[in-house]
Write a protein that binds this ligand. Structure first.
Ligand code: NI
Length: 254
């Protein structure tokens, strides 16, 4: 069961329509098994056969938290309901993602690896993956669904304009150089420095430390912020960009 090479955009096979599988035979199950291995090696959620160079209507899904992958032969969407906007990526566009519209509920049917008829009504990632992978079988890619005002973004960098997000902040530092801590400082003891804190350069908690280092380098030693002390400024998010007690500019808009 070899791992197959995943075709990357703009490989023309990604634009080809896959053929209906007439008989679930050994060739089809071999292909499905290769695809299961390929998908797991890539760490993805779904894979369509044309992504590994086979023009057959075969899809593998491996939903996070599920132990096993699902083999879907000749999958078809029977009905959809609702609309939602989701951030999506694809193994054929490594390192990119974008905002697309997907259905809330998807009804689908397919044959499993034994040729048995399966059907489901589902939501969330399962529904999204069904739409994404069945599109692949028809030569349709998620970039075709990118919302007009959106474009592909580097994976992990997407910001929802409705959500708090990070950008560089202009700050004015007042450095008190007077010796006496208790006395009111003379105006001549105050140094005013304008600088930019590059939150947009932060990619992980490590780089929060790097930012402190950068500020120290420019002569402004600050104590590392304690996120718990800054509850009003701290952003709880799964997005690593938004971790670490970041100060957000409430007036900022894109
Ligand atoms: Ni894809």
């Amino acid at each position: 069961m070899p791992i197959r090479r995943i075709r990357v955009f703009p490989d023309p096979i990604l634009r080809k329509k896959c053929r209906v599988v007439r008989r679930v035979d050994d060739k089809v199950t071999d292909l499905a098994n290769d695809m299961i291995e390929t998908l797991d090696a890539a760490g993805g959620v779904g894979l369509a056969a044309n992504q590994v160079g086979a023009l057959q209507r075969v899809v593998i899904l491996h939903l996070p938290g599920d132990e096993d992958s699902i083999v879907l032969i000749n999958p078809e969407i029977r009905d959809t309901e609702g609309e939602r906007e989701v951030i999506e990526g694809c193994l054929s566009f490594p390192g990119f993602e974008g905002m697309v519209k997907r259905s809330v509920t998807v009804k689908a049917r397919w044959l499993d690896e034994n040729g048995s008829k399966m059907k489901i009504t589902t939501e969330d990632l399962f529904a999204q993956a069904l739409e994404h992978e069945i599109d692949h079988l028809n030569g349709i890619l998620y970039i075709d669904h990118l919302l007009e005002h959106e474009k592909l973004a580097t994976a992990g960098s997407y910001v929802d304009p409705e959500e708090p997000h990070m950008h560089d902040v202009e700050v004015e530092l007042h450095a008190d150089h007077s010796d006496d801590d208790d006395a009111e400082p003379e105006e001549s003891d105050i140094e005013v420095v304008h600088t930019t804190i590059k939150f947009s350069d932060l990619y992980s908690e490590d780089s929060v430390d790097k930012m402190h280092y950068d500020l120290r380098k420019t002569g402004y030693v600050i104590d590392p912020p304690k996120p718990t002390d800054q509850t009003h400024d701290h952003v709880e998010s799964d997005d690593p960009h938004l971790d670490g007690g970041v100060i957000l500019d409430p007036d900022h808009s894109h």
